[in-house]
Design a protein around this ligand. Structure first.
Ligand code: COA
Length: 434
């Protein structure tokens, strides 16, 4: 496209000019996770008096999330697709909402005429290349679909945003208002891995073979798994997201993607959360491709990877193998995210395995995460029909193809010893014998 530079200059504006294009009752979708456009969001909140009843849709919110605070409720209403620390209070109050969805289906909800069609997309992207294309950088997932379907696209173009490759570009001509910046990117520090996570990681690693393709969720358990994979060979990645831990295994030659049956020799992801270590590695690196989440997480796509191993976590597992990964009783704690997308993909993948890995207890050992029945109000994230492996620090329970009685027995065996007697009593009341 020849004259994109002229267009670029015409579109340059201040954050305050840009946000004033947002009108009463508009639906605004904010770019995801570490690519959150913080300058535009801050400006939105600063100018709140100009707005009325703006619906803010966001998923993993990493910033201050002031749009979700009670004092701003007459200007903004938060509709969360995933919940975090900054948005949890709003989502569980009269002034906020949560919309359940599989992550891979979210871009469909943004399409013209669909239930979450956006008026405005607020995004943060890389500087344009010589052809005028900006990379979505750290987050392609639903952000690309939001920008492609919104009436108005406001982009924060950050000199520090890495240029990631794949199906993750937007042309300057498709952006309406541009704000230039060079602010530091949001980082997610590596989690602390304790003894419990180490044991869980070791059990998970025992199910992973040379040549497997991995999907890893976020947090201490996936990172612990990676530390036990140093002796493996030819691993691949097809994952909703990755963080710093993957870089060490790429450097060590353990992850080389050579045996992948879909997109061989490439790491395929939808978003990235880490530190400069990860961001430097992915910049302009053809080894890593970002694609929209309706490709990466689509179970029919991901399942084309033979030997796909998915590893995710949970809040509660009941003795039938129903997995609650997102609520504490009636309280929406996080979200469905891509868990079910990958549980199903792994189950359809030739040689695949899906793992739910969790500590056996919460709240300093006072609460068992393996329970006879889920708490009242809890959501079933992964159904008992989908579940395959559950892992705690006490071992591995393989549930697929097992009866309800066998499942109860296998799950009690990996519960914390302090809770096994009570769980056994409850199971015996139900089954008569075990
Ligand atoms: N009862 C009461 N409280 C519980 C609990 C339970 N059964 N399970 C967890 N909690 C509390 C913990 O005590 C902890 O509280 P704190 O923050 O006050 O310490 C908090 O909930 C978080 O628990 P933890 O187990 O440390 O969470 P995590 O960071 O490992 O995340 C999930 C676990 C399940 C919340 C997270 O993996 C998730 O949101 N999953 C759903 C989406 C998904 O799987 N996506 C995958 C693709 S990326």
């Amino acid at each position: 496209m020849k004259d994109w530079k002229k267009e670029y200059n015409k579109k340059l504006c201040t954050p305050s000019e840009a946000v004033k294009k947002i009108q009463k009752d508009y639906r605004v979708i904010i770019g995801h996770a570490c690519a959150e456009p913080s300058i535009i969001i801050d400006e939105l909140v600063k100018n709140k008096k100009f707005f009325k009843n703006i619906e803010i849709i966001h998923m993993v919110a990493m910033g201050k999330s002031e749009y979700a605070s009670e004092e701003n409720k007459e200007y903004f209403r938060h509709n969360a697709l995933f919940v975090g620390g900054g948005t949890r209070k709003a989502v569980n109050s009269p002034y906020g909402d949560y919309t359940p969805s599989f992550f891979f289906e979210i871009p469909n909800l943004f399409k013209k005429g669909a239930s979450l069609e956006p008026d405005v997309a607020l995004i943060q992207v890389s500087a344009p290349d010589k052809h005028g294309y900006c990379s979505y950088g750290l987050s392609c997932d639903y952000t690309k679909a939001a920008a492609e379907n919104a009436k108005i696209v406001i982009a924060q173009i950050n000199k520090n945003m890495p240029r990631t490759l794949g199906n993750c570009f937007i042309h300057v001509n498709d952006i309406d208002y541009i704000i230039e910046c060079d602010t530091p990117l949001i980082e997610l520090k590596p989690p602390v891995i304790g003894e419990v996570e180490r044991k869980i990681g070791e059990h998970c690693a025992s199910l992973i073979n040379d040549g497997d393709t991995l999907q890893l969720g976020i947090g201490a358990i996936p990172d612990a798994v990676l530390t036990f994979l140093k002796e493996k060979k030819d691993l691949g990645i097809h994952s909703e997201m990755i963080s710093d831990g993957v870089v060490d295994l790429v450097d060590a030659g353990v992850i080389n993607n050579s045996k992948k049956t879909l997109n061989p020799n490439k790491i395929i992801v939808s978003f990235l959360m880490g530190t400069k270590k990860l961001y430097n590695y992915i910049h302009n690196n053809p080894e890593v491709e970002l694609h929209p989440v309706d490709y990466v997480n689509n179970p029919f796509v991901a399942a084309q990877n033979d030997n796909l191993i998915s590893i995710n976590s949970a809040i509660q597992v009941d003795l039938m193998g129903q997995i609650n990964s997102e609520s504490i009783g009636h309280k929406q704690f996080s979200g469905t995210g891509g868990q079910v997308d990958f549980v199903r993909a792994a189950s359809m993948s030739k040689g695949g395995k899906s793992i739910i890995a969790l500590a056996s207890t919460a709240a300093k050992g006072t609460v068992s995460k393996i329970v006879f029945k889920l708490d009242e109000g809890a959501a079933v994230t992964t159904s008992r029909n989908d579940i395959e492996y559950v892992i705690t620090e006490y071992g591995i329970a393989q549930l697929k193809g097992k009866t309800l009685r066998e499942r109860a027995k296998a799950l009690i065996a990996i519960a914390h010893p302090n809770f096994r007697e009570e769980l056994t009593k409850q199971a015996l009341e139900k089954f008569g014998n075990l």
